[in-house]
Design a binder for this molecule. Structure first.
Ligand code: ADE
Ligand code: ZN
Length: 322
């Protein structure tokens, strides 16, 4: 048992295509005849240099998953890995646009991923859910298409709807219709904001998308009034520290605003975002943040408790996990 397995963990923010181990991507690239040499180096690590090239590398890595079986293998691999680190619950962002680009229908994509989640649960007990995301830089029409598809094809493990992609493009108001559709269908809502844009972007997500969770949200640190609102409205930030450092949102972990935000009463969870791209895992997020900021075992447990409270799963599952 490694040191970090002792704390029960939960994750709310991980892009499943971004969680693909490079070794699995290389294997499937060979099977489907895709050239991934531009994004995986000789040491078997992902190569990218900034947010734009990261998103491009992510797109290419995603393109090797072409069948429901490929996706089942991906989700099973990820959830087994999470469970091995002591996680009891995980939500993955799934991207129907990426599946469509690889030639797969929404239903086959979701059924493949669900089969992998179920297999991992049977083996380890870990509970998993999916949040379907639209990609912001693909535009409002594409995000609405995803919302329609999700609402029109309900699946018990798809319990949320979200917005990922390049936050610097498109105002949140453009995506209000998609979020209204998803919210009206009873899906939990979350949006990436306050990662590459500032506090205004978080405010806009709260106002126009009616989210109660924010992906990243760390640039709330720039606005005292917003911090007060997050605390008062019990908004939960899905914080991804290693991602923020690797993508240059923050220079080094010890200057990351996570601890300041938490001390002011902002509710938050710890997450790995796109783990192999950022040389991290959920276990490493818990241990590096705890070491850097002196978080105790009880602090870490309270992070997990917040994740379960804010999870997009039914009440009885939460009661069982808490
Ligand atoms: N898609 C995958 N990772 C992302 C991130 N960190 N921000 C926005 N979109 C993403
Ligand atoms: Zn993300």
């Amino acid at each position: 048992m490694t040191t970090h397995t002792a704390v029960p963990k939960a994750e709310l923010h991980c892009h499943i295509e971004g969680a693909a181990p490079p070794s699995l991507v290389m294997r499937l690239a060979e099977k489907h005849n895709v050239d991934v040499s531009s994004i995986i180096d000789a040491k078997g690590k992902y190569v990218w240099s900034d947010f734009t090239s990261f998103l491009q590398a992510y797109d290419l890595a995603s393109s090797v998953f072409k069948t429901p079986g490929d996706y089942a293998l991906l989700s099973e691999t990820y959830f087994r890995m999470l469970a091995a680190e002591g996680a009891i619950y995980g939500e993955i962002f799934v991207s129907p646009d990426h599946a469509q680009a690889a030639g797969l229908s929404y239903r086959s994509y979701i059924e493949g991923l669900a089969a992998g989640i179920e297999r991992a649960k049977d083996e380890t007990g870990i509970e998993g859910r999916m949040i379907a995301v639209g990609v912001r830089h693909f535009g409002a029409a594409a995000v609405e298409r995803v919302a329609k598809e999700v609402v029109g094809n309900p699946h018990p493990l798809v319990t949320g709807f979200g917005l990922a992609g390049d936050e610097r493009e498109g105002h949140a108001a453009n995506f209000a219709k998609a979020f209204r559709m998803a919210g009206d269908a009873g899906l939990g809502l979350t949006a990436h904001a306050g990662e590459f844009s500032g506090a205004d972007s978080i405010l806009a997500a709260l106002e126009f998308l009616r989210v109660k969770r924010i992906g990243h949200g760390v640039r709330a640190i720039e606005d005292k009034d917003l911090i007060k609102r997050l605390v008062d409205e019990r908004v939960v930030l899905e914080v991804c520290p290693a991602s923020n450092v690797k993508l240059g949102v923050c220079s080094v972990l010890r200057f990351h605003p996570i601890n300041l935000l938490r001390r002011q009463g902002v509710r938050m969870t710890l997450n790995s975002d796109d783990p192999p791209f950022f040389d991290t895992t959920l276990g490493r997020e818990y241990s590096s943040v705890s070491k850097t900021f002196g978080w105790t075992f009880a602090d870490q447990i309270s992070i997990t408790r917040t994740a379960i409270e804010a999870a997009f799963c039914d009440h009885s599952t939460k009661q069982r996990l808490l």
